[in-house]
Design a protein around this ligand. Structure first.
Ligand SMILES: [Zn+2]
Length: 259
């Protein structure tokens, strides 16, 4: 974890002033190169200053800009420093290895659930805010048992949620596969034998609303295989508040434990 802010600074500029203070943050920067992540949330603060500065902090990227700077200028500046931003985000989010032991909490559907030894259960079971499991299993195969439980639970839930949305769309329900992709939450493919949907098992750590957003996004691709305005209109039919969810998804990705 690095706490000291890291900075990148621009040259001063002279322009008409925009209003100062915190902008409608957070914003989302789409980075146009091949690295990952490809979307970076950032906060923008306008102030009486002459130069632009990017700060990488544990909580995320903060940009301080002159009142005169336009968003496209700010984002062009960020694009120039994309590699730097990624490196520093990665350094800031260096997490301690996940402790596979009694008492460790992990997020499940957005709530904190604690790994607990429970002699009365026969297998991993979520009981309220506890992830209960037989003591033997906890002691010797905790990681494997929890990951199996997460994957199994994820697949059951994802199938239910996909069915809800395909019913709404009046289309056939594609088979769902769990993915372990490094950089994407979901994908969808149309083939000669129909559509197939892949969803990352780690989505199960996130709130249900975000899972529904990813599903809406992927199902909308069955109608529009691109990210055009027409595509987003399809997403909006299934998930009206998709903009907030999209942002939240990017933010949440940085907070998940590395399991
Ligand atoms: Zn997409």
């Amino acid at each position: 974890m690095q706490n000291a802010p890291r900075e990148r600074v621009t040259q001063p500029s002279s322009r008409p002033k925009l209003k100062s203070g915190k902008d409608q943050s957070p914003r989302l920067l789409r980075i146009n190169d091949s690295g990952t992540p490809d979307c970076i949330p950032y906060e923008l603060i306008r102030a009486r200053r002459r130069s632009m500065v990017i700060q990488a902090r544990a909580e995320g990227i903060l940009v301080r800009a002159p009142k005169t700077a336009t968003v496209s200028e700010i984002e062009a500046f960020m694009q120039q420093h994309a590699a730097w931003i990624r490196d520093h985000l990665a350094a800031c989010s260096q997490v301690v290895p996940f402790a596979w032991q009694e008492g460790t909490a992990l997020p499940v559907l957005g709530s904190s659930v604690r790994i607990t030894a429970a002699p009365e259960v026969a297998r991993v079971e979520r009981i309220g805010d506890q992830l209960a499991m037989p003591p033997q299993l906890l002691q010797f195969r905790c990681r494997e048992a929890v990951l199996n439980w997460l994957r199994t639970s994820a697949l059951i839930l994802f199938n239910q949620r996909v069915l809800m949305q395909t019913t709404k769309m009046g289309i056939e329900t594609p088979p769902v596969r769990l993915s372990n992709a490094r950089t994407r939450w979901g994908s969808c493919a149309k083939g000669p034998n129909g559509a197939r949907l892949s969803l990352h098992w780690k989505l199960y750590l996130l709130p249900l609303a975000l899972i529904d957003y990813v599903i809406a996004h992927e199902l909308a691709h069955l109608r529009e295989m691109n990210h055009s305005a027409r595509f987003w209109a399809e997403v909006a039919k299934l998930y009206p508040d998709y903009k907030a969810a999209r942002l939240e998804l990017v933010r949440s990705a940085h907070t998940l434990p590395s399991i």
